[in-house]
Design a protein around this ligand. Structure first.
Ligand code: UTP
Length: 239
């Protein structure tokens, strides 16, 4: 089955440690060994934030800041490609067709950012839609989707399951608050609904958790279940 894994930059390379990147490459290799065709999208993490903060202080406009962020995501994508060696396409795909072609050749496409004004969450949904993925996993620094920001509300409750429309409703107010970070950005939430893609939002600190979620549906995050969608083939033993 086809799966797209969106790896937050703060999850893949919080401190640019080779061990975490190597562990993610190992997780993608295990997905291949388990019968999956994975694609990966990588976020910018702290490196992107540092460049953006510095450029903002220099008076850069928002598009310039986004382009710096995209550059950082592609650097992180190259780190993952280095760790995947021959299993990956040799450079970050700069188009969805290019990524889909790599997948057809049996390579793992790795993408970073694409267009100013969004984040890699939206890239991951677009890639999942273009390759007709059975599942999209957001490996984030949050352990699922909560009704309110758990960092500022002790009584925040995590959802086990949401429809894409419910996800949009939950993420919308979080996206309005300055500084608050939604586990999945608003555009991505809307695109999930449009594409009707089944998704999981989980804590990606341990890449093994991504493998268990993809191969067995075994996770403690939040399932995003579009109307009429069926379980991914691996969860029902079909591969
Ligand atoms: P990320 O996808 O990493 O953003 O892209 P994020 O969700 O804020 O960060 P983490 O990694 O999950 O913590 C980093 C930045 O790159 C630009 C945006 O400025 C974004 O904030 N970007 C990324 C784009 O402009 N377009 C893209 O397609 C991707």
């Amino acid at each position: 089955m086809r799966v797209v894994v969106s790896i937050g930059g703060s999850v893949l390379a919080p401190e640019l440690e080779s061990e975490r990147v190597a562990a993610y490459a190992g997780a993608l290799d295990r997905l291949v060994a388990g019968g999956c065709d994975p694609g990966a999208v990588v976020g910018g993490g702290g490196v992107a934030r540092e460049y953006i903060t510095t450029a903002r202080a220099l008076g850069g406009d928002e598009v310039q800041l986004d382009e710096l962020g995209i550059g950082a995501t592609r650097l992180n994508a190259r780190l993952l490609i280095a760790a995947l060696e021959d299993a990956a396409a040799p450079s970050p795909a700069t188009g969805y067709d290019e990524a889909a072609s790599a997948l057809r050749r049996g390579e793992i496409p790795v993408m970073g950012g694409m267009t100013p004004g969004q984040t890699t969450d939206a890239v991951a949904v677009a890639l999942a839609e273009s390759v007709d993925a059975d599942l999209l996993v957001f490996a984030t620094s949050a352990d699922g989707v909560y009704d309110v920001d758990p960092n500022s509300h002790d009584a925040a409750a995590r959802f086990d399951e949401l429809s894409p429309a419910e996800l949009v409703d939950v993420v919308l107010p979080m996206s309005r608050d300055a500084g608050a970070s939604a586990p999945v950005d608003l555009l991505a939430a809307k695109l999930i609904g449009r594409a009707g893609i089944r998704a999981v939002v989980l804590d990606g600190t341990d890449p093994t958790d991504v493998v268990d979620a993809v191969l067995h549906g075994d996770h403690t995050g939040t399932d995003i279940v579009p109307d009429g969608s069926s379980e991914p083939p691996a969860w029902t033993g079909e591969r």
